[in-house]
Structures are given as C-alpha cells and as structure tokens.
Design a protein around this ligand. Structure first.
Ligand SMILES: [Zn+2]
Length: 97
C-alpha cells in the first residue's frame, strides 16, 4: 500500500458503461504482478481492464485488507483507467489525506 495517484478531472467520473467488481485478498492481487514489478515507489494494490468498450472490470482488495478510505481511492484510480486515463498516469495528483 502506498500513496495513490489521483486522475485529472476529465477521467474522474463514474464509468459510463457497466462496471464489474472482483474482490480478492490484497496478497493475491499483488501476486498477479509476479514478473512485472510495479514502477519505483508504487505498489500494485488493484487493477482494471476493459473487456469491451462498455464493460469495465475492477479488481479490488477486500475492505478488511485496506480500509474503506484506501479502497475508495483505489476505486477512483482504477475507474479512471476504464475512462481512458493512460497507465503511465499523465496529469496525476496525490490525494490530500
Ligand atoms: Zn494506475
């Protein structure tokens, strides 16, 4: 877990299609990234992908693993990727806690 980059305003909105949420233990999500180390200073605590242009899949940790506030931030971050925010995070800002 670490600071979560927040998307610029144009990507910070609900996904306009259908969102499917998969919840799994935090350790299992991190294990998905075996062989693909996260960028320096970042941890991979969630991920997202489009299965078609109107269906966004969010893979999120359990609330008991990360707490509701962190889970909310992860959800906003991953939803922004489904909205087209590139994975190198242009325009990101850090949230104020
Ligand atoms: Zn991201």
């Amino acid at each position: 877990m670490g600071p979560i980059l927040m998307p610029p305003a144009q990507y910070a909105h609900p996904f306009p299609g259908k969102t499917l949420i998969h919840t799994m233990p935090l350790g299992e999500i991190q294990n998905h990234w075996n062989g693909t180390p996260p960028p320096p200073g970042q941890s991979i605590d969630a991920f997202s992908y489009l299965i078609d242009p109107s269906t966004c899949v969010l893979v999120l940790p359990r609330v008991e693993d990360v707490g509701q506030h962190y889970l909310d931030l992860l959800t906003q971050h991953e939803t922004a990727h489904c909205n087209g925010w590139p994975y190198d995070h242009p325009g990101a800002t850090l949230p104020s806690f």
